[in-house]
Design a protein around this ligand. Sequence first.
Ligand code: NAD
Length: 482
Amino acid sequence: MTVPRLQLFVGGRWEEGAGAPITSHNPWDWSEIGTLRGASEQDGERAIAHAEAAQPAWGAALPTERAAVLRRIGDGIEANADRISALQTMDTGKTRAETRALALSAAGTFRYFAALAETAEDAITPRRGPATTFSVHEPIGVTAAITPWNSPIASDAQKVAPALAAGNAVLLKPASWAPLTALLLAEIANEAGLPAGLLSVLPGAGREIGSLLVNHPAIGRVAFTGGTSTGRQLAAQAAAKLMPVSLELGGKSPVAVFADADMDRAIAGVLFGIFSSSGQSCIAGSRLFVQAKIYEAFRDRLVVATKKLVVGDPNAPATRVGPLIHPDHHADVTAHLERARADGGRVLCGGPGDGRLFYPTIVEGLDNNAALCREEVFGPILSLLPFDDEADLIAKGNDNEYGLAAGIWTRDFDRAWRVAGAWQAGTIWINTYKQFSASTPFGADGASGQGREKGREGLRVWQRQKGIYADLTGATIPWGVA
Ligand code: NAD
């Protein structure tokens, strides 16, 4: 496994940062992977200057020329999928199956936005006077992407690919707990022939380099994925300079199992929904509502299945649940479980392991308003609650400030469709969970964020729309002097 250069990628070159050192550890055995110097504000300023110099030519390039580069980046990601997967597993502790899937999805994202770049159309709009009217889209200019540690290559691609496709330069700031995959993306983009300066990768402290990107007058848009409290700060800063910002934040996603559901599929889907990525997933299905008449039978089968999940080395093919990213995060997840116990929750299985592993945990007996059912844990803890009927389920599911995702297991499609319409969530899965497509919008509302990524509109949010009126008729203008 070759680790990418442990440096910043600025203006097409690898450089030593001048910010605080960042040491990457392998969450599985806490071995040290390496240390790099993070980006300082001066490094950020330099990257912005390179981006400003490179963007006009890229923005003026034919869409088909930009698409060709993006396709090559997609090909490079696919060709390096095993390397990306090994690196990301080493940096995040996610299983190899998960990190490989993330790498391939990132390749697909670049190809999707390549296709959109060269097929998106401007419009001649219906005239309401002598002038011919146009709606055209232009790049914003220099933009930024700030990403969290849990799914680096996929969340990076979701922002970098449309930003570049739309004709922008983009500065990417990955999270300090997992900065390596973003550096590998820089290496791949560089080898694919992306002109220097269009993508700089700046690991570093959120308060320092992250804040610089948000507040800098040259940055015209920021796409952020991370925690809700950080997102709120960013939104306030963006508002001060009237800059568009998209926010993909935390979640507390409800999942419903109706009595008529296919039980085997529902159990597998519920387990995957909450325990994959060791629960460190914004869309984790962490509040499970089971219809009262099957509650006990379903619960007992779910607990048996949960105890069978292989927990351990994320590189071992049989492993389903790897370690948590960091001992500090392990302590946070443990504190959530202790609070749940203090609130009267009964722990049916799981619990903290050795400071790295956290065993898949199910808690019952709590009210939907208990802290465990209200707050994002970002770990492998599922709260189990009964519901009576559809109305009760809809009310309980919506009784939460988040609005990211939800799952519904039933054979009654009319009912599934009604609940899907009534639940406030950016993504709803019916008889499935955690499925993604680059062509389907992803995003959220409420405390889970604002704006959407992916899909056709996922390109447009990285552009400015302009109306143009051109009078080609030579008609007399009434104010003319005879
Ligand atoms: P975080 O908010 O701590 O950090 C996210 C990124 O923001 C990091 O790169 C960080 O360095 C940077 N940052 C921190 N403070 C900043 C500041 N003041 N200004 C600018 N940048 C700053 O989140 P995290 O702990 O890395 O990730 C976990 C969170 O991300 C969870 O809440 C999870 O739900 C959320 N998440 C959401 C989605 C989604 O699509 N909705 C996806 C993945 C993760």
